[in-house]
Design a protein around this ligand. Structure first.
Ligand code: APR
Length: 232
């Protein structure tokens, strides 16, 4: 790993599983008992705002009961000590990376502890329940919604992510099933620019064959091992 300077790390639900947060694609295909399209689409919000808000209120409340694990902590240490460029791109809406201390971080799918104005687009920190019908204090007109990128919406900061991928020498994917684009395609961009590609996951992901190297096991073990290798 001596020739590595610029690193992009993509994380998914698997990195937070050992903290006690459920992954999306469990064996029953449901997310905490719900079909994704009933809680995670603009249509669902328009059809049944109470259900969608309640669902994310429950996820937000659960977040207060859990904390970062050894994998989040190792990535925060890497962030603090890595002298080259580094970007952690998480698909997770929990805040366990930042609670571990990570700074160079993008939440491409939004954040549970944030509320978004559906009208003016202003986001603000939100740690309690978000009652449906809450009006934005910025524009004073439109309704607040969970600051979550629903299916069919554009993930955040794709331009910054794309630039970082194009400069990357190493791309690492941790705890994601590789089922959801555009994140699932990052490995192909990384390969295209000649970066080394490494997957850390409990089982091979849908895009496993795109990676030069795959290591299988729990993130709390594999991520600290990788960080030790990188920091020497
Ligand atoms: N260590 C490493 N990997 C793990 C662990 C663990 N302890 N536990 C589970 N995994 C792996 C699973 O094997 C699976 O491959 O993490 C992956 C989690 O996959 P998903 O549940 O599909 O989560 P993710 O890939 O983050 O989902 C992507 O889908 O619903 C949307 O927007 C949502 O951001 C989410 C996106």
């Amino acid at each position: 790993m001596d020739d590595i300077r610029n690193i992009v790390i993509l994380t998914g639900a698997g990195i937070s599983a050992e903290s006690g947060l459920a992954t999306f694609r469990g064996p029953d295909g449901l997310w905490e008992g719900h079909r994704v399209e009933d809680v995670c689409t603009p249509e669902a919000l328009a059809r049944d705002a109470a259900l969608v808000h309640r669902f994310y209120d429950e996820r937000r409340a659960k977040l207060a009961e859990v904390g970062p694990n050894a994998a989040h902590e190792a990535l925060a240490a890497l962030d603090a000590q890595w002298p080259g460029e580094l970007l952690i791109v998480t698909q997770n809406v929990d805040d366990l990376h930042e609670r571990a201390g990570a700074k160079r971080l993008i939440h491409m799918h939004g954040e549970l502890r944030s509320a978004l104005c559906a009208g003016c687009g202003k986001a603000r920190r939100w740690t309690d329940a978000l009652p449906p019908g809450s009006v934005c204090d910025g524009c004073g007109r439109a309704l607040l919604r969970p600051d979550i990128v629903f299916f069919g919406e554009m993930p955040y900061e794709m331009d910054v992510i794309d630039e970082a991928l194009r400069r990357a020498d190493l791309f690492v994917s941790v705890g994601t099933s590789g089922a959801v684009y555009p994140a699932a395609g990052f490995v192909q961009t990384a390969r295209h620019v000649g970066a080394r590609t490494l997957e850390l996951n409990l089982v091979p992901s849908a895009g496993s064959f795109y990676f030069e190297e795959s290591r299988m096991g729990p993130a709390s073990m594999l991520v600290p091992e990788l960080v030790s290798e990188l920091l020497g």
